[in-house]
Design a protein around this ligand. Structure first.
Ligand SMILES: O=C(O)[C@@H](CO)OP(=O)(O)O
Ligand SMILES: [Mg+2]
Length: 574
């Protein structure tokens, strides 16, 4: 029932139409007009790899029209029943409006009127109210403190349900964790995207893009995709780990069948425990800072196993498993399913419910990733929502296709609009929140002198290498040059393989069989671990327990000392 309101934010009319989404399927667009003439318009996105417990997207199901994907019933619901119920309501009262929409639908999954019908009106009302208050949406919803630009997760390789290639995993993303500003993050992402394009082309791969604008080459394994991404990051001049974190969305529910993860592209099957092992190994081998839906929505034991195993060092984001549903999220928080939640407004159907999910996650100390759907439109509401909620992370596709770049462009505008206020106040609002939002592994960093010692050369030699660019150094504070551990480890290994012949006289001494070196590889098994160390020209391999590696926090790029106790040391002469 409509409440009467005479204010300037009273809803005067609600209308909907059918428009096209980025896949060329119909979707709902709603307009909410207020008494003062303010207009809010919102178009509803649509997923391909949907969670089983998502609110229902109402489709007409007539095979002869739109291949069954018509939304005429949802549009009619907005123009009829919903409009009649909400005209006269105050658009300022978002919670009241959304509660009325939920009550009007009357089902637990919004299947009667359709979550697509409800969400269009819910978002359009918020936008109309913001316009009436002459405020941008992020400010109207987030208040004066909405000043934090999100770290973008850019999807540059598509697979799974979003592409027609054999890749089993759905998304491979880069997050410019080293960027100082959002605009800078976009530049870095774009450079890597174009570098990847060239690399794929020269390797004979197609550079056609998938649903979210990332490339969809015919690769078979996650490792192949990750290796291409790593190479592109480096060739674009960035340091994996320090400048760019890697993120994956395997969308595992899509290939979980009868209790097994069936990798059709790769041609293997993995039990839940094998899936945990596999993902943990990928997380150890690559600078992966976040994995979304690593385990299927119905494999909660698997989720818990993975969370216990890597949750302290990697963000594990629940998408299908939570469906932006506050109740499902609460249960996940209680039972240790992941440590982060993906928020897609259309999974739940109203803005108020989506905001409640964000608040619940934040109260529990969980991170939140605002997200698009694979079927999008030019609507940029989620860009504002990311800033309004201060969630610090957004996943909105690749650096191509206007349905994806529209959100990046909106965030560039918001950053510009915030201007100096973005840099005022506590912390570094207005900037990608590196440590706050993502558990990015801190990369060890070395001075020239330290690097020289680890490489077993003089400081002059290390400086010469740095000056000539062979050893990549970055400035860390005025006058100080530093090299990050991961780059140094790679250099040490490469050099030992003979690519950089050892200068004369550069010998590492071993004092009482103690070899200081840099960790170049860590391979973790269930119980044991293999740690490879480059100590000057020497490669040392040590088998220790997994527990020791975890206790000592040993990672690639760290400095360690290998101590060898043996009564049996053979000495050869040339
Ligand atoms: O799985 C996902 O996270 C989304 C968005 O990337 O895909 P879809 O919209 O198809 O569910
Ligand atoms: Mg997902």
């Amino acid at each position: 029932m409509a409440t009467s309101s005479v204010g300037f934010t009273a809803i005067q009319s609600v209308t909907a139409r059918r428009v096209l989404d980025s896949r060329g399927n119909p979707t709902v667009e709603a307009d909410v007009l207020l008494a003062d003439g303010s207009l809010g318009r919102a178009a509803v996105p649509s997923g391909a790899s949907t969670g089983a417990r998502e609110a229902v997207e109402l489709r007409d199901g007539e095979p002869g029209r739109w291949h069954g994907k018509g939304v005429d019933r949802a549009v009619a619901h907005v123009n009829g029943e919903i409009a009649a119920a909400v005209v006269g309501r105050d658009a300022d009262d978002q919670a009241g409006l959304d509660a009325a929409l939920v009550a009007l639908d009357g089902t637990s999954d919004k299947s009667r009127l359709g979550a697509n019908a409800l969400l269009g009106v819910s978002l359009a009302a918020a936008k109309a109210a913001a316009a009436a208050h002459r405020q941008p949406l992020y400010r109207y919803l987030g208040g004066a403190d909405a000043r934090l630009l999100p770290l973008p997760m850019m999807n540059i390789v598509n697979g799974g349900a979003h592409a027609d290639n054999p890749l089993d995993f759905q998304e491979f993303m880069i997050a410019p964790v080293g960027a100082e500003t959002f605009a800078e993050a976009v530049r870095m992402g774009s450079e890597i995207f174009h570098t990847l394009r060239r690399d794929l082309l020269s390797a004979g791969h197609s550079t056609g893009v998938g649903d979210e604008g990332g490339f969809a080459p015919a690769l078979r394994t996650a490792e192949e995709a990750l290796d291409f991404v790593m190479a592109a990051v480096e060739r674009a001049g960035y340091r994996p780990g320090a400048d760019i974190g890697l993120i994956m969305d395997p969308a595992s529910s899509e290939f979980f069948r009868d209790g097994t993860y069936v990798y059709e592209g790769e041609g293997v099957r993995r039990t839940p425990t094998e899936q945990v092992d596999y993902l943990a190994k990928l997380i150890d081998a690559y600078p992966i800072v976040s994995v979304e839906d690593p385990m299927a929505e119905d494999d909660l034991d698997g989720w818990r196993e993975l969370t216990a195993r890597v949750g302290d060092r990697c963000q594990l984001t629940g998408d299908d498993v939570f469906c932006t549903n506050e109740e499902l999220l609460r249960e996940g928080i209680r039972t240790g399913v992941g440590n982060s939640v993906l928020v897609k407004v259309n999974q739940i159907g109203t803005l108020t419910e989506a905001l409640a999910t964000v608040a619940t996650a934040h109260r529990a100390g969980w991170t939140v990733v605002m997200s698009h759907r694979s079927g999008e439109t030019e609507d940029t509401t989620i860009a504002d929502l990311a800033v309004a909620t201060g969630c610090g992370q957004i996943k909105t596709g690749s650096l191509s296709r206007s349905d994806r770049t529209a959100k990046y462009n909106q965030l560039i505008r918001i950053e510009e609009e915030l201007g100096d206020s973005a840099r005022d106040g506590h912390g570094s609002p207005g900037r990608p929140p590196r440590r706050r939002a993502l558990k990015v592994r801190s990369v060890a960093s070395y001075s020239i002198g330290q690097a020289a010692k680890l490489l077993g050369v003089s400081s002059e030699t290390a400086r010469r290498w740095a000056d000539s660019g062979r050893l990549r150094m970055d400035r860390e504070g005025p006058g100080n040059r530093a090299v990050d551990g991961v780059s140094l480890a790679a250099f040490a290994k490469e050099r030992a393989e003979g690519m950089h012949p050892l200068p004369e006289g550069a010998v590492v001494t071993s004092v009482r069989n103690a070899f200081a070196g840099i960790v170049t590889r860590v391979t973790l098994d269930d119980v044991v671990a293999q740690v490879e160390i480059q100590s000057g020209p020497h490669r040392i391999v040590s088998l220790v327990t997994r527990e020791s590696v975890e206790e000592l926090g040993i990672e690639v790029g760290d400095t360690v000392t290998a101590r060898v106790k043996s009564t049996n040391v053979h000495i050869d002469t040339p």
